[in-house]
Design a protein around this ligand. Structure first.
Ligand SMILES: Cc1ncc(COP(=O)(O)O)c(C=O)c1O
Length: 453
């Protein structure tokens, strides 16, 4: 009988699959190392098991112990499977940017999930780095994995992923491309491949909002590079010990929008249902295609499975809210469709100016149509009010009618966006759209800008 003794023995030996459609204009052969066939559906099973086994050998975990990790989900899944087979408890600390699916999946395999805010400094006590460390200190008989600095992470890829790619390509690989988070995958695979053939190029995919690219190119850790982004799993606001900058030849940044679009295209055009960082990786290859020739063999690694992103990248509503759907906006109606829940907020001409200010603040809007006797008779906007209140502070208790501007122009649902653009200018920050049921909606300057970008 050809059987595995337990699920952990099925980790690795993932397929290498030729990409045909997305890469049709690329001269090189582009092959995807599809890591979704690992039992935890991601490449991270490899390093999760290795980190636990190395810790066991080093006497860091004792039977019945608790393993604690700050993980974006995939490492947690790999750790969870290993913990089930080996009899450890697992606590996973995630940031709130991670998909709900990832959290539910971790709970399904018995992990305790702790969620932390994303928008805090790594050193903040609420950050998921700090919380995982603190839990490890407070929990008896526990071990903190620390996939960022635990070098068993990259060693796993040096021992398994790298050799597999070398053998599957018969040593013909010329480029390895992969998203970089902890740096384990790129550094382990990169080191192995470069030892086999130092001419192989290792390209890391980075996000806008991450420090890697600038650090590689200038040696400067620039905090200005750090800001929130959407792509999951790659990019960092720290320099993990697992990133071996010496084996990485180049970092290529890919936008959140492109990563999302290409993740969907991989599913629909290649039938490869993978996660967000895979979309970033293949888009990175396309951005770099001018450097590739017909003799090149590019291996791009796809980290995880698309099922973890059905509520996000594969959800039209989620994509639309972020302006990620490539829908052509040609009429007023097309732009209104991007904001299905929008309600027209108005003020009455007799209300005080201070009420208009409060309303704009509460609804986070910059302009308001002004109503009288059920009709739209004027408008008021934040720039105008701001200037007025600076010059004449006493006006805050005057009626809006005493300072309002003229009513915004009215267009139809079918009015072309080009015509709306001509109406919007410095004095007119918005237009009103007359809906087929007789009600009105509003389109602002920023709606037009986001529909165009
Ligand atoms: C979906 C996904 N893509 C890419 C990465 C980056 O891989 P590595 O941490 O090996 O650099 C991760 C790691 O968390 C991931 O979960």
């Amino acid at each position: 009988m050809k059987i595995h003794q337990n699920i952990l023995e099925t980790i690795g030996n993932t397929p290498l699959v030729r990409l045909n459609k997305l890469t049709r204009n690329v001269k090189a052969t582009v092959l995807a190392k599809v890591e979704t066939t690992n039992p935890g559906n991601s490449v991270k099973d490899r390093m999760a098991l290795k980190m636990i086994e190395d810790a066991e050998k080093a006497g860091l975990i004792r039977p019945g112990g608790t393993i604690i990790e700050g993980t974006s989900g995939n490492t947690g899944m790999g750790l969870a499977l290993a913990c089930i087979i080996k009899g450890y408890k697992l606590v996973c600390v995630l940031n709130d940017k991670q998909s709900k699916e990832k959290m539910d999946i971790l709970r399904a395999v018995g992990a305790e999930v702790v969620v932390c805010p994303t928008a805090v400094e790594p050193t903040d006590p609420r950050s998921y780095y700090s919380v995982s460390r603190r839990l490890a200190q407070e929990t008896p008989n526990s071990w903190y994995v620390n996939q960022y600095d635990n070098l068993s992470n990259r060693q796993a890829h040096y021992e398994s992923t790298g050799p597999e790619i070398w053998e599957q390509t018969d040593g013909k690989i010329t480029h390895f491309v992969v998203g970089v988070g902890t740096g384990g995958t790129i550094s382990g695979v990169g080191k192995y491949l470069k030892e086999k053939n130092p001419n192989i190029k290792i390209w890391g995919i980075d996000t806008y909002g991450s420090v890697f690219k600038k650090y590689k190119e200038t040696g400067i850790f620039d905090e200005n590079e750090i800001y929130p982004y959407i792509t999951e799993g790659i990019g960092e606001d720290i320099l993990p010990a697992n990133v071996d900058f010496d084996v990485i030849d180049h970092f290529e940044k890919v936008t959140d929008k492109d990563a999302a679009i290409y993740t969907r295209r991989l599913a629909r055009e290649e039938g490869i249902f993978v996660g967000n960082s895979a979309g970033a990786a293949i888009k990175g290859v396309l951005q770099m295609q001018d450097q590739l020739t017909e003799n090149d063999v590019v291996v791009v690694l796809f980290h995880d499975h698309g099922s973890r992103y059905v509520g996000k990248i594969f959800n039209d509503e989620w994509m639309r809210e972020r302006g990620f759907l490539e829908e052509e906006c040609t009429t007023a109606q097309d732009i209104l469709n991007l904001h299905p829940d929008r309600k027209l907020i108005t003020v009455y001409a007799e209300e005080l100016i201070s009420h208009a200010v409060t309303k704009m603040r509460n609804f986070s809007i910059s302009q308001l149509p002004v109503m009288k006797d059920g009709k739209i008779v004027g408008s008021i906007d934040d720039i105008h009010v701001y200037q007025l209140l600076i010059d004449y502070p006493q006006l805050r208790d005057s009626p809006i009618s005493s300072v309002m501007g003229s009513a915004y122009p009215v267009v139809k649902e079918s009015t072309p966006v080009d015509d709306i653009c001509k109406l919007i200018n410095k004095q007119t920050p918005a237009v009103l759209v007359e809906l087929h049921n007789g009600d009105f909606s509003i389109l602002t300057r920023s709606d037009i800008i986001s529909s165009l970008t």
